[in-house]
Ligand binder design. Sequence first.
Ligand code: IPM
Ligand code: SF4
Length: 461
Amino acid sequence: MNKTLFDKIWDAHVVTTVKDGPSQLYIDRHLCHEVTSPQAFSGLRERGLKVFRPGQTLLTADHNIPTVEQDKPIRDEVSRYQVDTLAKNAREFGLTYYGLRHSKNGIVHVIGPENGFTQPGMTIVCGDSHTSTHGAFGAIAFGIGTSEVEMVLSSQCILQTRPKTMRVNFEGKLNDGVSAKDMALYMIWQLTTGGATGYFVEYAGEAVRNLTMEQRMTLCNLSIEMGARGGLIAPDETTYNYIQGREFAPKGERWDEAMAYWKTLKSDEGAAFDKEVTFDASQIKPMITYGTNPGMGMPIDGAIPELSAIDEAGKISFEKSLKYMGFEPGQKLEGKPIDYVFLGSCTNGRIEDFRVFTHYVKGKKKAGNVTAWLVPGSWQVRQQIEAEGLDKILEEAGFELRQPGCSACLAMNDDKVPAGKYAVSTSNRNFEGRQGPGARTILASPLVAAAAAVTGKITAP
Ligand SMILES: CC(C)[C@H](C(=O)O)[C@@H](O)C(=O)O
Ligand code: SF4
């Protein structure tokens, strides 16, 4: 039978299946952060259980950490408690932990791939919705709840209902200045935030094949924002080259064995998907969002829809959303002054994102009205930035590099955008209050963020 890539990986991990019910799925890799793991560890403690396969779990602190003065104790009491608890759990259960001040600390979805912990053909979970990021390597990666975190810790398995499969093809070539972030915002705009609910998405087509690993991660990261369980891309030379030599990557003979398996990881010719959508990549322009969900997007030179274009059921939430954002139906946003720029997050906090941003601002100056937060996704990203001298270029242009963490992506630390202020943000969610109470988020690519940072306005790069 012709199988999809998803089917191949899923079938290889099913331990047993409950008749007409969920499957017991074996999990290869488990990532944990401080927000969704404490109750899971407490659960183990109460039941007197150990972690079943400690080598397959990796811990990091990211959501609650400050992005300045990480050498000092965390000032916020709740955040400090969260991070201390994770450290304590790591010690007690004998798990690898990239805590604060660890040279490999960073956002959970950045550190997995950059250390080779994330590999093709694996099942990867984390108590975090953007676990879909790891699908860029040709893995089944998805977010789980805290009770499932406990299941994985204690048994290395979880119960899962098999999702439907969907393929999204991006045919043709992207235009200059258009990135994976624009592909994702375009796709969610077209398909809506519920367009992939119940599906696991495979991304394919020429424009996807041409993406670097960093860009593939950006695309897969946003799968969840259109309701998908996850997104994945078949591994190829780009994938193998990225993984080879990283800390957890297979070495020597193990590498050859792994490669033999990885090369089988693609959807067979004629494999049936429950749904298939095709986009013309050359039609995509740099994108921004104007509303309070990632589906409320438009090309940067476009206009917000008129009220008459919105269906009856959506009118109230559309108006509420525009009111929150301080925008009008039919308004164009190009030239609109902004206050903050955030470069970072598990969507766009990788080295390539910093290269793009730096290349654009080189020789220019940050606009006086803009507060810019440039937050690398990990310490390794930050070290790479410094090794390439990007920090110097940024400094000359009036920008300062911060220390790694989730930061203003969800503002669980001190990096909060003040109420009413506009932030052009490279992160993935523009929900009300996401970047701070009353903060107004405009999602965009690192390139669009760079243009806004130097002009102080929404500007086509
Ligand atoms: C805190 C965590 C549970 C959450 C998630 O699951 O996505 C966060 O990472 C986010 O991006 O909103
Ligand atoms: S960077 Fe943002 S989206 Fe990613 S894990 Fe952190 S809070 Fe969630």
